[in-house]
Structures are given as structure tokens and as C-alpha cells.
Ligand binder design. Structure first.
Ligand code: ZN
Ligand code: ZN
Ligand code: ZN
Length: 214
């Protein structure tokens, strides 16, 4: 199929056909006979069928536009308000959340993802030294048996397993041990600005990640 891929030629299929032909359009010697070719309606080129995405709505059928053209079209469409609004709704739906969650954990397993989360936590340490100090104070208090370990506590709000301590009075030294056990989900509600920023950044990263995966 290599020779077909190398020799994209201009050819318009007969009116009323899908553009798929069972014989390679180039009949030169050495051509892979029987390689399925298809006409792309966007770039007006004949390309091997393997360069077209499958169209799931029709069995065994392919898109009318080759992968490269489809991706170009997709990029343009992503800039429209219609798409942005759709994504906003999708990301809030259960299906969207589940998909993003899966993609996020896939991303965190890559080298890039690991490096990025390391960078994120470094940035956090620099931006919020007072929080780090407060957190360390709690950590030390746990080690000194002054405060029970978080694993033995339930979330103050939803009674699920607690995962973090929340400084409900702020991060001043005198409030370092004024804490309540919370689960991550409930904890996020107390830091809405960060939650928004984190989500925004994560969506951008995910978009790029999923595009690269495509
Ligand atoms: Zn094309
Ligand atoms: Zn909770
Ligand atoms: Zn908190």
C-alpha cells in the first residue's frame, strides 16, 4: 500500500458513488493491487482507505474526508462558540466527567504528566509558603500523636473516608492546628478559585494530550 500512499493523484469519483474503489487508482507497476482507495472531498485527492477514519454510523464505511482534512476541520470548529458551549456542558455531564477522569489518569502515567505534576507542586510550594508551613505543622502534630492520622477520620461533611485536613480559620500560625478532616471532594468546595484554575489548566492539558493521542 506504500506506493499508493506515495502517489496521491487528482481524481474525482463518478457521480453518485461514495468514492471508494477496490482497485488502486494508480496502475503503475509494483502497485499494491487491491489496495482500497478513496477520494477525499476536501483535498480532492485519492488516498488509501487506511487514511480515512471509520464512520461509526455506517458499518464498514469511512468518512468522506481524509484524516488530515478532518483534523483541520476539527481545529477550525473547536474555535467556535458553539463548540465551546458544547464542551462546557459535556464536561459537566457524568459521561464527560468519567471520560476526563480516565484521560487524566492516563496522562499522569506518561513521563510528561509525571514531570508536570512535579512542576505543579513546586509552583504551589513557592506560591503558598504559608499553606506549606501550616500543612507541615499538622504533619508534625500527627507524628507527635497530638492529632489522629487522617486515615482514621471521616469527612466532616459527607462522612466518607477523610483524605486531608482543612484549615478552616486560615493559615496563620495561631490557627495551624484548627483543622477539620475532609475528603478531597468536599475540600475542593473551600478553595473554589484554585479548583477553577486547576480545572482550566487540566482541560487545556487534556485537550492537547487527547489531540496527540488521536
Ligand atoms: Zn483530504
Ligand atoms: Zn466529604
Ligand atoms: Zn483547605
Amino acid at each position: 500500500m506504500i506506493c499508493c500512499a506515495e502517489q496521491y493523484i487528482q481524481l474525482r469519483p463518478a457521480e453518485g458513488t461514495s468514492g471508494e474503489s477496490s482497485i488502486c487508482a494508480t496502475t503503475s507497476a509494483g502497485c499494491f493491487i487491491g489496495a482500497k482507495m478513496k477520494f477525499c472531498f476536501s483535498c480532492k485527492q485519492v488516498k488509501p482507505l487506511s487514511e480515512f477514519n471509520k464512520n461509526r454510523s455506517r458499518k464498514n464505511s469511512h468518512q468522506h474526508h481524509c484524516r488530515i482534512c478532518q483534523r483541520k476541520y476539527q481545529r477550525e470548529y473547536e474555535k467556535t462558540d458553539k463548540h465551546k458551549l458544547y464542551m462546557l456542558r459535556y464536561n459537566q455531564s457524568e459521561k464527560g466527567k468519567a471520560k476526563n477522569h480516565r484521560a487524566t489518569s492516563r496522562y499522569h502515567q506518561t513521563d510528561k504528566g509525571k514531570l508536570n505534576s512535579k512542576k505543579c507542586s513546586e509552583r504551589y510550594r513557592i506560591r503558598h509558603p504559608e499553606r506549606i508551613k501550616a500543612k507541615d505543622a499538622v504533619h508534625n502534630a500527627v507524628l507527635a500523636d497530638k492529632i489522629p492520622c487522617i486515615r482514621t477520620r471521616r469527612c466532616y461533611f459527607c462522612y466518607e473516608q477523610a483524605e486531608q485536613y482543612h484549615h478552616y480559620k486560615g493559615y496563620k500560625r495561631k490557627f495551624w492546628l484548627d483543622i477539620i478532616p475532609v475528603c478531597k471532594k468536599c475540600h475542593r468546595k473551600f478553595h473554589p478559585a484554585e479548583k477553577r484554575m486547576h480545572e482550566k489548566r487540566m482541560h487545556e492539558i487534556l485537550d492537547r494530550f487527547l489531540n496527540e493521542e488521536m
